[in-house]
Design a protein around this ligand. Structure first.
Ligand code: ATP
Length: 444
């Protein structure tokens, strides 16, 4: 993970938040390459969940919600982690994440010092709205995006004439006062979620639950993720959230081991029942095609972290490869094998030399590509070095402009993964790139 963290900083994917002040734990900033990668991951998910499903629509709900929302959802009461502190070294742990023998003996796993009793710690960030800081003005930063969907479900049925089964997708920030935030951007206090809530008729929920498990698994395959690095984990009775009837996590083999990437949950009618109870509003669905039968729908949720997916994509893409045998540092290259549709830069245009009009020709070619592709232009240093810089940024294609280009209008197209080069007329570049992106298959 250190290698990935340092590459992420060096190349402008992710920086520590407020670094000049010593850094803010649990928060990270996404640099020029990071924001491009994040946007592409979000775009791929959005396309998958909305464009490719005519029964799913989008929503962007506010982060600040009426505080009753979180009483209804059970978060005020139940959204807690068990917390223990070491009295000696002052380290803080989640009680469910340290060995049981340490917990039983109240012995710190780091220094052996005495630990406090376990206490419940609510993960919601609380603040105040308005000028008065009294209990009437308490407001929470949302700890999940799901509730914004539930409270709007009737609005969406009415405005968009949705019929069950249907889904609502949302991408947005969520906040949790996490006790332990190590492992880079894996677990942070401010993060983004990719959530889709699918409303179904009670009784059909198990079938839809299985269907969404299948679809979400297929999605990662389509994104080109190494499938032997993914597995399912079913929640045991002691892991199930207060609202869930059944839950499976998709776990990824991160450098620190298997960890949750996405959850697929059968949330039953819990949330809508609670909102009925707390708001006094009728949350029943009226089935006009089924004799006006009324019922509270069951909800199947697919919930992934956007920032956690970004970390997964970085880990999955990271590779070090021996490319020469000269006995020096240049024998090895670091390469990010992003799927071309996710790579922050799709194509870099490099003039072999700055002089003799090559730079101008390369800039013209780049300009022509910018309308359709994310491009970069680099004219500084030896060409081999420039290829390495692009490999490290995960750029799948480089176009090199040389003296022959001036004569016959051809350029070389270099492929990141194989490092092979082909010479093609510059007019064919855009079409060829589109074909290559569509046909991409990761070799290693
Ligand atoms: P964990 O058990 O790891 O705390 P969770 O089961 O509480 O996670 P969910 O509430 O199901 O997580 O959230 C859905 C998804 O949101 C997770 O699969 C994860 O990808 C992402 N996520 C949750 N908490 C965080 C966090 N603190 N930082 C980054 N991503 C998170």
């Amino acid at each position: 993970m250190e290698k990935i963290t340092s590459l992420a900083k060096r190349r402008g994917f992710v920086f520590q938040s407020s670094e000049i002040y010593g850094g803010q734990g649990g928060a990270w900033d996404y640099g020029p390459l990071g924001i491009e990668l994040k946007n592409r991951i979000a775009g791929a998910w959005w396309k998958e969940m909305t464009q490719l499903h005519d029964d799913i629509v989008g929503l962007d709900a506010a982060i600040l919600m009426h505080p009753r929302t979180w009483e209804a959802s059970g978060h005020v009461e139940n959204f807690t982690d068990p917390l223990v502190d070491c009295k000696k070294c002052k380290s803080r742990f989640r009680a469910d994440q340290i060995p049981e023998e340490n917990l039983a003996a109240k012995k710190c796993p780091d220094c052996g010092g005495e630990m406090t009793d376990t206490r419940k710690f609510n993960l919601m960030f609380k603040t105040h709205i308005g000028a008065a800081e009294d209990s009437a003005s308490v407001i929470y930063l949302r700890p999940e995006t799901a509730q914004g969907i539930y409270v709007n479900y009737k609005n969406i049925i009415q405005s968009n004439r949705m019929k069950i089964p249907f889904g609502i997708a949302q991408i947005g920030k969520a906040f949790r006062n996490e006790i332990v935030t190590k492992n880079f951007i894996f677990r942070t206090c401010e993060f983004e979620q990719l959530e889709m809530q699918y409303f179904v008729k009670p009784g059909s929920d198990e079938e839809w639950f299985n269907e969404w498990r299948k679809r979400r698994w297929a999605y990662y395959e389509k994104m080109g993720v190494q499938m032997d690095h993914l597995r399912w984990h079913q929640h045991g009775p002691d892991e199930l959230a207060h609202y869930a009837k059944d839950a499976y996590d998709i776990q990824y083999l991160f450098p620190m081991g298997w960890r949750e990437l996405e959850g697929v949950h059968n949330r039953t009618d819990y949330d809508l029942n609670r909102h009925t109870q707390y708001s006094g509003k009728d949350m029943q669905y009226i089935d006009q095609d089924g004799g006006n039968e009324r019922y509270i729908p069951y909800i199947i949720e697919t919930s992934a972290g956007l920032t956690r997916t970004l970390l997964m994509i970085l880990c999955d893409a990271y590779d070090e490869e021996k490319v020469a045998d000269k006995g020096n540092d240049d024998d090895w290259r670091t390469v990010l094998r992003f799927h071309p549709s996710l790579a922050p830069i799709t194509v870099a245009v490099l003039p072999l030399m700055k002089k003799d009009g090559l730079a101008e020709l390369a800039q013209d070619i780049r300009r022509e590509l910018t309308e359709d592709f994310a491009t970069d232009y680099d004219q500084g240093g030896a060409i081999g070095r420039r290829y390495r810089r692009q490999d490290e940024a995960g750029t799948p294609f480089c176009v090199t402009v040389d003296y022959q280009s001036k004569e016959d209008g051809t350029v070389t197209l270099r492929f990141r993964d194989s490092m092979e080069q082909v010479r093609i007329p510059k007019e064919e570049l855009a079409t060829r790139l589109r074909q290559e992106i569509k046909a991409y298959k990761r070799e290693r």
